[in-house]
Design a binder for this molecule. Structure first.
Ligand code: ZN
Length: 275
């Protein structure tokens, strides 16, 4: 059972057609106290206008999603990608979001070298630390499921995120986002969550459907799948995490087709029984 004051609903959970003002009003109507904003939509509405909108409705931000994809072997491409992360950090500061969700980037067909890609991302992160520190926004390293290692993220486990944090030595500027959908399968997850401790700056929940139809866009509502979400929440809290529990459901075939009020009502109900 989750205290309703600790619920956050990620903007991507609602149908893509729902514009930012209608989304913020929806949260306010249901007294949802926090959200994580989707960067594309924020930029479409305007960063300053979005910052005013959430502040006027008294809604806190638990994150800004996402930036990264800095694994390119081409130095000028990688530099441009790092500049874009710096812009995302500036936007997050303007929005008063505590962290930017950082997605590493995939394996490049030009070199097919996953070890080199990981090394480039770690080097790139070291270059980004001073900017994150200057604007007071953390980079939340988000390990993603290995099924999207090629296209999205060579960072696949919380262990690797911890190893990178050890190497960076910048706990004030770099943390870890634990997303249940991405890491639930990992036999080392309990140990690595405990090791992460205060590095955990964001906790995302959705369920893994046993009959999933699409590995990226068919996430399940908490309680509809096979992940022990309450158990993972207990582990992050035992590690010291006291922040919001952020529901983040990409669901093209189901929840994006539903009435937005029904989606939020269902999340509020499931937060009482499945989290
Ligand atoms: Zn996530």
């Amino acid at each position: 059972m989750l205290d309703p004051q600790r619920l956050s609903i990620h903007q991507v959970t609602l149908p893509p057609s729902l514009a930012t003002p209608a989304f913020v009003e929806l949260l306010a109507r249901h007294r949802v106290p926090a959200t994580s904003l989707w960067r594309e939509k924020t930029r479409a509405h305007g960063v300053a206008a979005t910052a005013r909108l959430v502040a006027d409705h008294g809604i806190a931000l638990t994150g800004y999603c996402f930036a990264g994809l800095i694994a390119s072997p081409d130095p000028s491409e990688a530099a441009a990608a790092r500049d874009d992360v710096r812009r995302a950090l500036d936007e997050a500061a303007q929005l008063r979001a505590p962290c930017v969700v950082f997605v590493a980037g995939g394996v490049d067909a030009r070199d097919r070298d996953i070890a080199a890609a990981r090394a480039r991302v770690l080097d790139g992160l070291a270059e980004l630390v001073p900017h994150a520190r200057a604007v007071g926004v953390r980079l939340a390293l988000e390990p993603l499921h290995p099924m999207i290692c090629a296209t999205r993220s060579v960072l696949s486990t919380v262990k690797l995120a911890n190893d990178w944090c050890d190497r960076l030595g910048a706990e004030d500027a770099v943390g870890i986002a634990v997303d249940t959908y991405a890491v639930w399968w990992d036999p080392e997850i309990g140990r690595e969550i405990a090791r992460a401790g205060a590095r955990i700056c964001s906790f995302h929940v959705s369920d893994w459907l046993a009959d999933t139809q699409d590995l990226r866009l068919d996430r399940g509502m908490p309680g509809d799948g096979v992940i022990d979400l309450a158990g993972l929440r207990r582990q992050v809290e035992e590690a010291g995490y006291r922040g919001h529990v952020e529901v983040e459901i990409f669901s093209q075939r189901n929840w994006w087709q539903r009435d937005p009020d029904e989606v939020v009502r269902t999340i509020a109900e499931r937060a009482q029984v499945a989290l």
